[in-house]
Write a new protein. Structure first.
Length: 384
């Protein structure tokens, strides 16, 4: 039996028995060594409220995503968990970027010394032209500065362009450790492996160096204040053999076929994975799912919310936690019935949208604006 399988926590452990019965406390135990490493007294148990508010790429609604500035603001706002997406460098370091294509999130195009590295690649079947992390060493990436990914929607964020570098994941771990000691409680992280099959094919696997860092910083146990996640189920299966950190399988549209399935000739799609049989299979190596919000409540032809599916009930029946993605304040990202006015960048009735999604029984949610999510979660708990 693998290490991951031996101590793999189910939903009752991950959420805590009280949460399963309907209280608002998510609890994952921790031993003295890990507790001391994360800045809390030995024997203390890190706790998460339910519904849990997960800062998507940090406070990315207010700062350029995946920067220490975005992570720090999310933590200062009170976010329950902070997300990192991981891609590798040429020399095997893990850095925090949503994609390996850094054309739109850094000032790399302004660096003439890297002009020759602009290239076209096919990543998971999609042709992309730009600059890619796997063609740079960590030292080279550190000469770049981060910038806002969607300046047309979040023009206010562009004032912070150039303020921060691309953080390595080890930098984030050190930051979380420091903040944990300062606050006397752990800083929860939500860590995604991006395009793991693609990178393994390049000789830059993600899982082994990630497991090494998790062990180094005491985040490798079933009681760690950490979630791992991937759109490729086999990446989470691989992580289950390396560490016991709780694992989550991300799910996109029903017709999507995970890239590792395509490479292996597995005919299953997301529609197959969200059946009771598919969820049972996921529960054999993972503790949760991260579905697209549309898998929880589909939209009708007009873009308005329809009737919730049975996914929450079915996943909970298999002991799985549900952390769907991503709710944002701007009209362009909201269901049509929660938009206000005609400006796509203006805020809509996001509190109404939160209420509708929380009512389905989800265990948490990813959001670009954690302060809004925290208020919505507090409203929901107070009304129960």
């Amino acid at each position: 039996m693998t290490q991951g399988a031996h101590s793999s926590p189910g939903r009752r452990t991950v959420l805590g028995a009280a949460a399963v019965l309907g209280s608002a406390a998510l609890s994952v135990g921790a031993g003295a060594t890990a507790a001391q490493a994360h800045g809390r007294p030995a024997g203390a148990r890190p706790r998460l409220p339910v519904p849990t508010v997960i800062a998507h790429r940090g406070a990315s609604g207010y700062r350029p995503e995946h920067t220490l500035g975005s992570y720090q603001l999310a933590l200062d706002m009170g976010a329950d968990v902070i997300e990192q997406d991981l891609v590798p460098t040429k020399d095997g370091h893990l850095v925090c970027r949503h994609e390996n294509d850094i054309t739109g999130t850094t000032d790399v195009a302004d660096h003439p010394e890297f002009a020759s590295r602009k290239t076209t690649k096919t990543v998971d079947g999609t042709s992309l032209t730009g600059w890619f992390t796997e063609d740079f060493t960590l030292a080279e990436l550190k000469t770049l500065r981060a910038k806002e990914r969607i300046p047309g929607t979040r023009q206010e964020n562009t004032v912070y362009d150039g303020r921060w570098t691309i953080p390595s994941f080890e930098e984030v771990l050190r930051w979380a450790e420091k903040e944990g000691r300062r606050r006397g409680r752990p800083v929860w992280l939500y860590v995604e492996t991006k395009h793991p099959t693609y990178f393994r094919g390049l000789g830059l696997p993600l899982e082994e160096p990630l497991a090494k860092l998790l062990r180094r910083y005491g985040r490798h146990g079933a009681d760690s204040p950490t979630f791992l996640q991937s759109f490729e189920p086999t990446s989470m299966q691989r992580m289950a053999k390396l560490v016991s950190t709780p694992r989550v399988v991300l799910l996109w549209t029903p017709d999507d076929r995970p890239w590792d399935f395509r490479e292996a000739g597995d005919p299953r799609t997301v529609a197959d994975l969200i059946t009771p049989e598919g969820l049972k299979w996921i529960a054999s190596y993972a503790q949760g799912i991260g579905p697209l919000l549309d898998l929880v409540i589909p939209k009708d032809k007009d873009g308005k919310l329809g009737k919730p599916t049975t996914l929450v009930r079915d996943a909970h029946a298999r002991g799985l936690v549900l952390h769907p993605y991503t709710l944002r304040n701007e009209n362009s990202f909201l269901p049509a019935d929660f938009r206000r006015g005609t400006d796509p960048a203006a805020y809509g009735d996001v509190f109404g949208a939160y209420k509708a999604y929380f009512a389905t029984g989800i265990d948490g949610i990813f959001t670009d604006q954690p302060d809004t999510g925290l208020l919505a979660a507090a409203d929901f708990r107070a009304a129960r």
